[in-house]
Ligand binder design. Sequence first.
Ligand SMILES: *Cc1c(COP(=O)(O)O)cnc(C)c1O
Length: 420
Amino acid sequence: MRTDIDYAHGLDAADPLAHFRDRFVIADPDLIYLDGNSLGRLPRVSIELAADLVQRQWGERLIRGWNEGWWTACQRIGAKIAQLIGAQPDEVIVADSTSVNLFKLAVAALRARPGRRTIVSDDLNFPSDLYILQGIAELLGGQHRIDVIASPDGIHGPEEALRARLDGDTALLTLSHVVFKSGYLYDMAGLTAAAHAAGALTLWDLSHSVGSVPVDLNGSGADLAIGCTYKYLNGGPGAPAFLYVRRDLQEQLLNPISGWWGQARPFDFGLGYRPAEGIRRFLTGTQPMLSTALIEPAVDLLLEAGMDALRAKSQRQTEYLVGLWEALLAPLGYTLNSPRDPARRGSHISLGHAEALGIDLALIEDRLVLPDYRAPDNIRLGVTPLYTSFVDIHEATRRMAEVVEQRLFARYTTAAPEVT
Ligand SMILES: *Cc1c(COP(=O)(O)O)cnc(C)c1O
Protein backbone atom coordinates (compact mmCIF):
# COMPACT_ATOMS: atom_id res chain seq x y z
CA MET A 1 0.00 0.00 0.00
CA ARG A 2 1.56 3.27 -1.13
CA THR A 3 0.60 6.22 1.04
CA ASP A 4 2.41 9.00 -0.86
CA ILE A 5 0.54 11.75 -2.69
CA ASP A 6 2.23 10.96 -6.01
CA TYR A 7 0.47 7.63 -6.04
CA ALA A 8 -2.91 9.41 -5.63
CA HIS A 9 -2.07 11.75 -8.51
CA GLY A 10 -1.21 8.71 -10.63
CA LEU A 11 -4.56 7.08 -9.83
CA ASP A 12 -6.40 10.25 -10.86
CA ALA A 13 -4.41 10.47 -14.10
CA ALA A 14 -5.44 6.90 -14.97
CA ASP A 15 -9.10 7.38 -13.99
CA PRO A 16 -11.41 7.28 -17.05
CA LEU A 17 -14.15 9.17 -15.14
CA ALA A 18 -11.91 11.94 -13.79
CA HIS A 19 -13.18 14.49 -16.34
CA PHE A 20 -16.70 14.38 -14.88
CA ARG A 21 -15.44 16.46 -11.94
CA ASP A 22 -15.35 19.49 -14.27
CA ARG A 23 -19.09 19.15 -14.83
CA PHE A 24 -19.71 20.17 -11.21
CA VAL A 25 -19.28 23.44 -9.33
CA ILE A 26 -16.11 23.20 -7.24
CA ALA A 27 -16.27 26.58 -5.50
CA ASP A 28 -13.28 26.01 -3.21
CA PRO A 29 -10.60 23.65 -4.55
CA ASP A 30 -9.12 23.26 -1.06
CA LEU A 31 -12.40 21.95 0.39
CA ILE A 32 -12.58 18.15 0.51
CA TYR A 33 -16.23 17.23 0.10
CA LEU A 34 -17.08 13.76 1.38
CA ASP A 35 -20.78 14.31 1.91
CA GLY A 36 -22.16 13.61 -1.55
CA ASN A 37 -24.15 10.80 0.07
CA SER A 38 -26.12 13.41 2.05
CA LEU A 39 -26.23 16.24 -0.47
CA GLY A 40 -24.67 15.79 -3.89
CA ARG A 41 -22.70 18.64 -5.47
CA LEU A 42 -24.29 21.07 -7.90
CA PRO A 43 -23.93 20.09 -11.59
CA ARG A 44 -22.95 23.13 -13.67
CA VAL A 45 -25.72 22.43 -16.17
CA SER A 46 -28.28 22.72 -13.36
CA ILE A 47 -27.43 26.41 -12.93
CA GLU A 48 -28.54 27.15 -16.50
CA LEU A 49 -31.63 25.03 -16.14
CA ALA A 50 -32.58 26.74 -12.85
CA ALA A 51 -32.30 30.14 -14.51
CA ASP A 52 -34.37 28.97 -17.48
CA LEU A 53 -37.00 27.42 -15.21
CA VAL A 54 -37.52 30.61 -13.27
CA GLN A 55 -37.01 33.29 -15.92
CA ARG A 56 -38.45 31.73 -19.03
CA GLN A 57 -40.59 28.74 -18.05
CA TRP A 58 -42.25 30.37 -15.05
CA GLY A 59 -41.71 34.05 -15.91
CA GLU A 60 -42.75 33.95 -19.56
CA ARG A 61 -44.58 30.72 -20.22
CA LEU A 62 -46.63 30.89 -17.02
CA ILE A 63 -49.48 28.35 -16.84
CA ARG A 64 -48.65 27.10 -20.34
CA GLY A 65 -45.63 25.40 -18.76
CA TRP A 66 -47.82 22.53 -17.58
CA ASN A 67 -48.37 21.44 -21.18
CA GLU A 68 -44.75 22.13 -22.09
CA GLY A 69 -43.11 19.45 -19.96
CA TRP A 70 -44.13 20.04 -16.34
CA TRP A 71 -47.11 17.68 -16.21
CA THR A 72 -45.08 14.80 -17.64
CA ALA A 73 -41.86 15.53 -15.71
CA CYS A 74 -42.48 13.04 -12.89
CA GLN A 75 -42.92 10.18 -15.34
CA ARG A 76 -40.20 11.33 -17.73
CA ILE A 77 -37.56 11.65 -15.00
CA GLY A 78 -38.80 8.47 -13.33
CA ALA A 79 -38.17 6.64 -16.61
CA LYS A 80 -34.57 7.87 -16.58
CA ILE A 81 -34.03 6.85 -12.97
CA ALA A 82 -35.45 3.44 -13.95
CA GLN A 83 -32.36 2.92 -16.13
CA LEU A 84 -30.14 3.29 -13.05
CA ILE A 85 -32.03 0.73 -10.98
CA GLY A 86 -32.86 -2.09 -13.39
CA ALA A 87 -36.52 -1.17 -13.87
CA GLN A 88 -38.83 -0.53 -16.83
CA PRO A 89 -39.58 3.12 -17.73
CA ASP A 90 -43.21 2.79 -16.61
CA GLU A 91 -42.31 1.33 -13.20
CA VAL A 92 -40.73 4.42 -11.62
CA ILE A 93 -42.11 7.88 -10.91
CA VAL A 94 -40.72 10.95 -9.14
CA ALA A 95 -42.89 12.17 -6.27
CA ASP A 96 -42.98 13.58 -2.76
CA SER A 97 -40.27 12.63 -0.24
CA THR A 98 -38.75 9.24 0.46
CA SER A 99 -40.56 9.09 3.81
CA VAL A 100 -43.95 9.86 2.24
CA ASN A 101 -43.36 7.33 -0.54
CA LEU A 102 -42.53 4.71 2.06
CA PHE A 103 -45.83 5.47 3.76
CA LYS A 104 -47.78 5.13 0.52
CA LEU A 105 -46.17 1.90 -0.62
CA ALA A 106 -46.03 0.22 2.79
CA VAL A 107 -49.74 0.86 3.40
CA ALA A 108 -50.53 -0.39 -0.12
CA ALA A 109 -48.47 -3.54 0.52
CA LEU A 110 -50.05 -4.30 3.91
CA ARG A 111 -53.52 -3.94 2.41
CA ALA A 112 -52.52 -6.39 -0.31
CA ARG A 113 -51.61 -8.99 2.36
CA PRO A 114 -54.68 -9.02 4.58
CA GLY A 115 -54.48 -11.27 7.62
CA ARG A 116 -50.68 -11.16 7.77
CA ARG A 117 -49.54 -9.11 10.71
CA THR A 118 -45.74 -8.89 10.69
CA ILE A 119 -43.48 -6.30 9.11
CA VAL A 120 -39.84 -7.40 9.16
CA SER A 121 -36.95 -4.93 9.14
CA ASP A 122 -33.59 -4.46 10.88
CA ASP A 123 -31.92 -2.10 13.31
CA LEU A 124 -29.59 -0.73 10.63
CA ASN A 125 -32.53 0.78 8.77
CA PHE A 126 -32.90 4.54 8.53
CA PRO A 127 -34.84 5.63 11.63
CA SER A 128 -37.39 7.61 9.61
CA ASP A 129 -38.35 4.37 7.86
CA LEU A 130 -39.08 2.74 11.21
CA TYR A 131 -40.97 5.82 12.42
CA ILE A 132 -43.19 5.69 9.35
CA LEU A 133 -43.86 1.98 9.90
CA GLN A 134 -44.74 2.67 13.55
CA GLY A 135 -47.20 5.34 12.44
CA ILE A 136 -48.74 2.98 9.90
CA ALA A 137 -49.14 0.19 12.46
CA GLU A 138 -51.01 2.59 14.73
CA LEU A 139 -53.12 4.01 11.91
CA LEU A 140 -54.16 0.54 10.73
CA GLY A 141 -55.55 -0.26 14.14
CA GLY A 142 -52.61 -1.79 15.93
CA GLN A 143 -52.84 -5.31 14.46
CA HIS A 144 -49.38 -5.18 12.89
CA ARG A 145 -46.12 -5.77 14.72
CA ILE A 146 -42.77 -4.54 13.48
CA ASP A 147 -40.00 -7.04 14.01
CA VAL A 148 -36.69 -5.16 14.01
CA ILE A 149 -33.97 -7.78 13.70
CA ALA A 150 -30.66 -6.81 15.33
CA SER A 151 -27.41 -6.69 13.38
CA PRO A 152 -24.74 -8.95 14.90
CA ASP A 153 -22.16 -6.13 15.06
CA GLY A 154 -23.84 -2.87 14.03
CA ILE A 155 -22.03 -3.12 10.68
CA HIS A 156 -23.30 -6.19 8.79
CA GLY A 157 -26.95 -6.83 8.05
CA PRO A 158 -28.48 -9.81 9.89
CA GLU A 159 -29.17 -11.68 6.65
CA GLU A 160 -29.57 -15.14 8.18
CA ALA A 161 -31.78 -13.98 11.05
CA LEU A 162 -33.97 -12.06 8.60
CA ARG A 163 -34.44 -15.12 6.42
CA ALA A 164 -35.23 -17.21 9.47
CA ARG A 165 -37.83 -14.71 10.64
CA LEU A 166 -39.89 -14.72 7.41
CA ASP A 167 -42.98 -16.88 7.72
CA GLY A 168 -46.66 -17.16 6.81
CA ASP A 169 -47.50 -14.20 9.03
CA THR A 170 -45.05 -11.84 7.30
CA ALA A 171 -46.74 -9.22 5.15
CA LEU A 172 -43.70 -7.12 4.27
CA LEU A 173 -39.92 -7.21 4.40
CA THR A 174 -38.47 -3.70 4.20
CA LEU A 175 -34.78 -2.79 4.36
CA SER A 176 -32.35 -0.14 3.25
CA HIS A 177 -30.47 -1.72 0.34
CA VAL A 178 -27.27 0.07 1.42
CA VAL A 179 -27.50 0.96 5.10
CA PHE A 180 -26.89 4.56 6.04
CA LYS A 181 -24.30 4.16 8.78
CA SER A 182 -22.01 1.28 7.87
CA GLY A 183 -22.69 1.13 4.13
CA TYR A 184 -23.56 -2.61 4.28
CA LEU A 185 -25.03 -3.76 0.95
CA TYR A 186 -27.85 -6.30 1.16
CA ASP A 187 -28.32 -9.26 -1.15
CA MET A 188 -31.51 -7.93 -2.72
CA ALA A 189 -32.20 -10.94 -4.95
CA GLY A 190 -31.64 -13.52 -2.22
CA LEU A 191 -33.76 -11.78 0.40
CA THR A 192 -36.52 -11.00 -2.08
CA ALA A 193 -36.66 -14.68 -3.06
CA ALA A 194 -36.84 -15.66 0.62
CA ALA A 195 -39.65 -13.15 1.24
CA HIS A 196 -41.56 -14.40 -1.79
CA ALA A 197 -41.17 -18.01 -0.63
CA ALA A 198 -42.95 -16.93 2.58
CA GLY A 199 -45.63 -15.11 0.58
CA ALA A 200 -44.47 -11.64 1.68
CA LEU A 201 -43.81 -8.50 -0.35
CA THR A 202 -40.51 -6.57 -0.33
CA LEU A 203 -39.94 -2.82 -0.16
CA TRP A 204 -36.36 -1.60 -0.65
CA ASP A 205 -35.11 1.84 0.32
CA LEU A 206 -32.54 2.76 -2.34
CA SER A 207 -31.55 6.14 -0.89
CA HIS A 208 -27.91 5.13 -0.43
CA SER A 209 -27.68 2.78 -3.39
CA VAL A 210 -29.23 4.65 -6.33
CA GLY A 211 -26.35 6.18 -8.26
CA SER A 212 -23.74 4.48 -6.05
CA VAL A 213 -24.13 0.77 -6.81
CA PRO A 214 -25.80 -1.01 -9.74
CA VAL A 215 -29.32 -1.96 -8.64
CA ASP A 216 -31.31 -4.64 -10.46
CA LEU A 217 -34.90 -4.40 -9.26
CA ASN A 218 -36.35 -6.45 -12.12
CA GLY A 219 -33.61 -9.06 -11.98
CA SER A 220 -34.08 -9.37 -8.22
CA GLY A 221 -37.85 -9.74 -8.52
CA ALA A 222 -38.28 -6.80 -6.11
CA ASP A 223 -41.85 -5.68 -5.55
CA LEU A 224 -41.52 -2.10 -4.35
CA ALA A 225 -38.80 0.48 -3.85
CA ILE A 226 -38.31 4.09 -2.89
CA GLY A 227 -35.29 6.36 -2.96
CA CYS A 228 -33.80 9.76 -2.67
CA THR A 229 -32.56 12.13 -5.39
CA TYR A 230 -30.55 14.69 -3.41
CA LYS A 231 -27.74 12.28 -2.47
CA TYR A 232 -25.84 10.45 -5.24
CA LEU A 233 -28.28 11.75 -7.88
CA ASN A 234 -27.29 15.40 -7.18
CA GLY A 235 -30.85 16.69 -7.55
CA GLY A 236 -30.46 19.51 -4.99
CA PRO A 237 -31.45 20.05 -1.34
CA GLY A 238 -34.84 18.49 -0.62
CA ALA A 239 -35.38 17.42 -4.23
CA PRO A 240 -38.38 15.07 -4.54
CA ALA A 241 -37.90 11.33 -4.22
CA PHE A 242 -38.97 8.45 -6.47
CA LEU A 243 -40.90 5.24 -6.09
CA TYR A 244 -40.95 1.94 -7.96
CA VAL A 245 -43.83 -0.51 -8.24
CA ARG A 246 -43.33 -3.71 -10.25
CA ARG A 247 -45.56 -3.52 -13.28
CA ASP A 248 -47.74 -6.54 -12.53
CA LEU A 249 -48.48 -5.16 -9.05
CA GLN A 250 -49.50 -1.70 -10.19
CA GLU A 251 -53.16 -2.54 -10.77
CA GLN A 252 -53.41 -4.49 -7.51
CA LEU A 253 -52.07 -1.78 -5.21
CA LEU A 254 -53.81 1.40 -4.16
CA ASN A 255 -52.29 4.69 -3.09
CA PRO A 256 -53.66 5.51 0.39
CA ILE A 257 -53.17 9.25 -0.24
CA SER A 258 -55.61 9.26 -3.11
CA GLY A 259 -55.26 12.72 -4.58
CA TRP A 260 -56.12 14.21 -7.95
CA TRP A 261 -52.71 13.72 -9.56
CA GLY A 262 -53.27 9.98 -9.21
CA GLN A 263 -56.84 10.12 -10.50
CA ALA A 264 -57.66 8.44 -13.83
CA ARG A 265 -58.88 11.73 -15.35
CA PRO A 266 -57.83 14.62 -13.11
CA PHE A 267 -59.00 17.35 -15.47
CA ASP A 268 -62.54 15.98 -15.60
CA PHE A 269 -62.80 17.15 -11.98
CA GLY A 270 -65.26 14.35 -11.19
CA LEU A 271 -66.10 14.03 -7.52
CA GLY A 272 -65.23 10.35 -7.05
CA TYR A 273 -61.68 8.99 -6.88
CA ARG A 274 -60.82 6.49 -9.58
CA PRO A 275 -57.15 5.45 -9.61
CA ALA A 276 -55.15 6.07 -12.77
CA GLU A 277 -53.87 3.00 -14.56
CA GLY A 278 -50.19 2.33 -14.05
CA ILE A 279 -47.57 4.10 -12.01
CA ARG A 280 -49.28 7.52 -12.05
CA ARG A 281 -51.80 6.31 -9.45
CA PHE A 282 -49.03 6.66 -6.88
CA LEU A 283 -48.96 10.43 -7.30
CA THR A 284 -51.04 12.53 -4.93
CA GLY A 285 -51.03 16.27 -5.53
CA THR A 286 -49.17 18.96 -7.47
CA GLN A 287 -45.46 18.28 -7.52
CA PRO A 288 -42.81 20.97 -6.85
CA MET A 289 -41.75 21.65 -10.42
CA LEU A 290 -38.67 23.80 -9.81
CA SER A 291 -36.97 21.11 -7.75
CA THR A 292 -38.40 18.20 -9.75
CA ALA A 293 -37.03 19.56 -13.03
CA LEU A 294 -33.51 19.94 -11.59
CA ILE A 295 -33.25 16.19 -11.01
CA GLU A 296 -33.17 15.50 -14.75
CA PRO A 297 -29.79 16.93 -15.84
CA ALA A 298 -28.17 15.35 -12.81
CA VAL A 299 -29.54 11.89 -13.68
CA ASP A 300 -28.34 12.42 -17.25
CA LEU A 301 -24.78 12.80 -15.93
CA LEU A 302 -24.96 9.44 -14.17
CA LEU A 303 -26.41 7.77 -17.26
CA GLU A 304 -23.60 9.24 -19.33
CA ALA A 305 -20.95 7.90 -16.97
CA GLY A 306 -22.66 4.49 -16.63
CA MET A 307 -23.32 2.64 -13.38
CA ASP A 308 -20.80 -0.14 -14.04
CA ALA A 309 -17.97 2.34 -14.54
CA LEU A 310 -19.08 4.31 -11.49
CA ARG A 311 -19.19 1.16 -9.35
CA ALA A 312 -15.74 0.10 -10.52
CA LYS A 313 -14.30 3.48 -9.54
CA SER A 314 -16.21 3.57 -6.28
CA GLN A 315 -14.78 0.18 -5.29
CA ARG A 316 -11.25 1.28 -6.19
CA GLN A 317 -11.74 4.44 -4.15
CA THR A 318 -13.25 2.84 -1.05
CA GLU A 319 -10.49 0.20 -1.16
CA TYR A 320 -7.92 2.99 -1.38
CA LEU A 321 -9.56 4.75 1.57
CA VAL A 322 -9.61 1.55 3.63
CA GLY A 323 -5.94 0.99 2.79
CA LEU A 324 -5.04 4.51 3.96
CA TRP A 325 -7.11 4.00 7.10
CA GLU A 326 -5.20 0.84 7.91
CA ALA A 327 -1.80 2.40 7.31
CA LEU A 328 -2.28 5.89 8.75
CA LEU A 329 -5.45 6.15 10.82
CA ALA A 330 -5.86 2.82 12.63
CA PRO A 331 -2.70 3.55 14.70
CA LEU A 332 -4.39 6.80 15.84
CA GLY A 333 -7.47 5.04 17.22
CA TYR A 334 -9.74 5.10 14.17
CA THR A 335 -11.75 1.91 13.63
CA LEU A 336 -13.38 0.62 10.44
CA ASN A 337 -17.16 0.68 10.96
CA SER A 338 -17.94 -0.56 7.45
CA PRO A 339 -17.69 -4.04 5.89
CA ARG A 340 -14.16 -4.96 4.91
CA ASP A 341 -15.35 -6.72 1.74
CA PRO A 342 -15.92 -4.17 -1.06
CA ALA A 343 -18.57 -6.42 -2.64
CA ARG A 344 -20.66 -6.09 0.53
CA ARG A 345 -20.66 -2.32 0.87
CA GLY A 346 -21.91 0.73 -0.99
CA SER A 347 -19.92 3.88 -1.64
CA HIS A 348 -19.37 5.32 1.81
CA ILE A 349 -17.01 4.32 4.57
CA SER A 350 -17.65 4.97 8.25
CA LEU A 351 -14.68 5.33 10.54
CA GLY A 352 -15.21 5.24 14.27
CA HIS A 353 -13.23 7.05 16.93
CA ALA A 354 -13.75 7.72 20.63
CA GLU A 355 -13.51 11.45 19.81
CA ALA A 356 -15.61 11.21 16.65
CA LEU A 357 -17.81 14.26 17.21
CA GLY A 358 -14.86 16.53 18.10
CA ILE A 359 -12.91 15.21 15.12
CA ASP A 360 -15.85 15.82 12.80
CA LEU A 361 -16.21 19.41 14.02
CA ALA A 362 -12.45 20.05 13.81
CA LEU A 363 -12.38 18.69 10.26
CA ILE A 364 -15.20 21.05 9.28
CA GLU A 365 -13.98 24.14 11.13
CA ASP A 366 -10.18 23.84 10.98
CA ARG A 367 -9.29 21.54 8.13
CA LEU A 368 -11.87 22.13 5.36
CA VAL A 369 -13.05 18.56 5.17
CA LEU A 370 -16.80 17.94 5.09
CA PRO A 371 -17.78 14.42 6.20
CA ASP A 372 -20.83 13.71 8.35
CA TYR A 373 -21.12 12.58 11.88
CA ARG A 374 -23.52 9.77 12.76
CA ALA A 375 -23.98 8.95 16.43
CA PRO A 376 -22.47 7.51 18.47
CA ASP A 377 -18.98 7.44 16.95
CA ASN A 378 -19.14 7.39 13.15
CA ILE A 379 -17.34 9.76 10.85
CA ARG A 380 -19.01 8.95 7.55
CA LEU A 381 -16.98 9.51 4.40
CA GLY A 382 -19.05 9.52 1.23
CA VAL A 383 -17.17 8.66 -1.94
CA THR A 384 -19.01 9.97 -5.01
CA PRO A 385 -17.13 8.63 -8.02
CA LEU A 386 -18.51 11.29 -10.39
CA TYR A 387 -16.45 13.96 -8.65
CA THR A 388 -14.41 12.58 -5.74
CA SER A 389 -10.73 12.31 -6.69
CA PHE A 390 -8.11 9.97 -5.28
CA VAL A 391 -6.20 13.09 -4.17
CA ASP A 392 -9.31 14.15 -2.20
CA ILE A 393 -9.24 10.83 -0.38
CA HIS A 394 -5.52 11.04 0.30
CA GLU A 395 -5.78 14.61 1.54
CA ALA A 396 -8.80 13.84 3.74
CA THR A 397 -6.99 11.00 5.51
CA ARG A 398 -3.91 13.20 5.98
CA ARG A 399 -6.06 15.90 7.60
CA MET A 400 -7.87 13.30 9.73
CA ALA A 401 -4.52 12.11 11.03
CA GLU A 402 -3.48 15.70 11.81
CA VAL A 403 -6.66 16.37 13.79
CA VAL A 404 -5.81 13.51 16.13
CA GLU A 405 -2.03 14.03 16.24
CA GLN A 406 -2.49 17.72 17.09
CA ARG A 407 -5.51 17.02 19.33
CA LEU A 408 -7.57 19.62 17.42
CA PHE A 409 -10.73 17.77 18.49
CA ALA A 410 -10.19 18.84 22.10
CA ARG A 411 -11.41 22.36 21.30
CA TYR A 412 -14.82 21.07 20.33
CA THR A 413 -16.40 20.06 23.57
CA THR A 414 -19.74 21.71 22.85
CA ALA A 415 -22.84 19.81 21.83
CA ALA A 416 -23.35 18.77 18.21
CA PRO A 417 -24.94 21.35 15.88
CA GLU A 418 -28.59 20.81 15.03
CA VAL A 419 -27.79 19.21 11.68
CA THR A 420 -24.81 16.88 11.49
C1 LIG B 1 -31.71 10.03 3.21
C2 LIG B 1 -32.61 8.90 3.47
C3 LIG B 1 -33.98 9.09 3.53
C4 LIG B 1 -34.53 10.48 3.42
O1 LIG B 1 -35.89 10.58 3.58
P1 LIG B 1 -36.58 12.00 3.38
O2 LIG B 1 -38.00 11.70 3.38
O3 LIG B 1 -36.07 12.60 2.11
O4 LIG B 1 -36.17 12.88 4.51
C5 LIG B 1 -34.79 8.00 3.71
N1 LIG B 1 -34.27 6.76 3.83
C6 LIG B 1 -32.94 6.54 3.79
C7 LIG B 1 -32.39 5.16 3.91
C8 LIG B 1 -32.07 7.61 3.62
O5 LIG B 1 -30.76 7.41 3.58
